[in-house]
Write a protein that binds this ligand. Structure first.
Ligand SMILES: [Zn+2]
Length: 296
């Protein structure tokens, strides 16, 4: 990740904000490794989207969700298996039904332990939050799509196929026209490419771009990104445009047999000039590495 010291990734429910009737987001306040967390209610059930990093954060989220639910049945889903999104799911065991798509369940099982160790290297506050964490296994697994009936409100869970990770999932609430994207979208920052060869090379810039075009075509009223401020359909278009330009700028240089290091330097300069206010510039080079590998 970045060279700077990682702040304590604490979830604060005091800033929870209602986006639609019976639908709130606990915002990440632009704190690294804090995701935007959704709580979506229906007549008889409530769905939580993402847990926060570690046991204590997930306990905070569960307490908030239980108060919100007022006796309604609880469900939990996670947008993908990365630690700040899913490494609190164990806390919901016995309290909520945890459901995800099959590829993500596989990610949790196969990649979860490695990511746990990798994230413990990100500094003391993160390591402390990961104490006692074990990647949880879901109670329910679906293949491509699942419609979850919360009572008078159906929530759509859709596996997108490999993009930011292998098991990415988008959650939409059609009656409120709200879409939760997980890390397929980060507002105000460069797209996070978890490109860590040889350990993890699942991220695909090419597939991610195709997914973003499909999501942008749906044009939801409200988009809740994995990180950064809640916005509208523009967020989807912005990511699609960024991924497209990252691909084009990388491939045009790859065609001329430039070294990957030089490509990364040049493309980074182009992207920083185009998006001077975006955070997370360390992810540009990772994206270039991924797209170099995807170049035919
Ligand atoms: Zn992620």
């Amino acid at each position: 990740m970045s060279e700077q010291v990682m702040p304590d990734p604490v979830v604060r429910v005091t800033d929870a904000r209602e986006l639609a009737r019976d639908l709130v987001v606990i915002p990440n306040r632009r704190v690294q490794l804090v995701p935007n967390i959704g709580v979506i209610g229906g007549a008889h059930s409530v769905l939580v989207v993402d847990t926060g990093l570690g046991v204590e954060n997930a306990e905070t989220v569960l307490r908030f969700a239980a108060e919100f639910a007022k006796g309604r049945k609880l469900y939990l889903t996670t947008t993908h298996f990365h630690p700040e999104h899913a490494f609190g799911a164990q806390v919901f065991g016995g309290e909520a039904t945890f459901l995800v798509n099959r590829a993500q369940a596989e990610d949790l099982k196969v990649k979860g332990p490695g990511y746990l160790e990798m994230f413990k290297e990100l500094g003391e506050p993160v390591a402390r939050r990961l104490q006692g964490v074990r990647p949880a296994s879901p109670d329910l697994v679906y293949d491509q799509e699942h419609d979850l009936d919360l009572g008078g409100r159906v929530v759509r869970l859709r596996a997108t196929g490999r993009a930011h990770s292998r098991g990415d999932q988008v959650v939409t609430v059609p009656d409120a026209d709200v879409m939760f994207t997980g890390d397929l979208v980060e507002a105000g920052q460069f797209a996070i490419f978890p490109w860590f060869p040889p350990h993890d090379t699942d991220v695909s810039g090419v597939r991610w771009l195709a997914v973003m075009r499909r999501l942008a075509a749906q044009s939801p009223r409200v988009v809740v990104p994995g990180h950064g401020d809640v916005g509208g359909p523009r967020l989807l278009a912005d990511v699609a445009a960024y991924l497209e330009s990252l691909r084009d700028e990388t491939w045009i240089r790859r065609d001329s047999a430039m070294s990957e290091r030089t490509i990364a330097e040049e493309v980074k300069a182009v992207m920083l000039a185009r998006h001077p206010d975006w955070a997370g510039q360390e992810w540009i080079e990772k994206g270039v590495g991924c797209l170099c590998a995807e170049h035919e």
